[in-house]
Design a protein around this ligand. Sequence first.
Ligand code: SAM
Ligand code: SF4
Length: 329
Amino acid sequence: MHKLIDNYNRNISYLRISVTDRCNLRCIYCMPEEGVPLMDHEQILRYEEIIRIAAASARKGVTKIKITGGEPLVRKGIPDLVACLNEIPDINDISITTNGILLHSAVPALKKAGLRRINVSLDTLNPEKYSKITRGGDINLLLSGIDKARAEGLDPIKINVVAMRGINDDEILSFAELTIERPVHIRFIEFMPLNIKPGCDKGYFISNPEIQREIKKIGSLFPVKSDKKSGPAKMFQIKGARGKIGFISALSNHFCSTCNRLRLTADGKLRTCLFSDNEIDLKAPLREGISDGDLEEIITKTILSKPQRHKILEPSFKKCLRSMSAIGG
Ligand code: SAM
Ligand code: SF4
């Protein structure tokens, strides 16, 4: 199998595919209340285009794919996409990151299509707070989606929690306690001020070391071996717990030196770093009839242009042009 090593000795093997810029929620840390300007349907990659890019990436060494968005499940036909991605030789791990609102009815078809695991975003266990954070979401829909995913045997179910000071920091222990009785993975993601209106993100950021100190109030945290599917999360367990707790620390302890990711935006741009607007267009060449060999060459060149590290903490950093929902997280 081909392996593509970039200029900083990283083996690029993970492609995050954003299948839509649309979303049925408006989370306060991700989108403004009025939403973001939406792309025309013509601008969005068709499934056959996504599959061609995924297959070419796999021939260059990608083995793992995440389907994301916007909210991926608002796009029709996601199970068919999963089934086609599953057919690509060497792709051995496909997952979806979803807000879970449409999950309940989607699970059976996703499972049938070959999906094995799922990530769900859930930042609070309180229904009213959930509605506030997501600007209108109904937590019961999401919880029934998680139950269905568990009943259908999707495993592991990873819960992504963006910890925010003054918003959900009072629930850190409740999330951690969930792992004691249940075999879930709770993953605390540090808030990233990617493209939030100035003034709207004041003081949200809580570092993962601070969260760990809080959790240690209810029990010791033991590091556990992170498998390949843990991505950049550093994994821990409370003694005797059935589930695990992960920490994704893009800011306090950036993982750029081991970053193995490429991102494909819904409008067909290959992006080498979450925090860099340096993007290479694949849609135009695809629609002009590029050969597989030339497509692979563009992918290789793009990978070789991946920056060594993000610059988000440097004074020269300008806000990214795209919102998190348009990149896919
Ligand atoms: N709509 C899906 C969802 O919410 O899971 C997939 C797309 S969402 C952009 C992917 C991930 O990015 C989610 O886990 C979300 O919590 C995370 N995210 C969005 N904005 C963020 C921010 N400003 N800081 C940290 N994580 C963020
Ligand atoms: Fe939508 Fe996901 Fe962004 Fe929330 S985090 S607004 S669910 S894309």
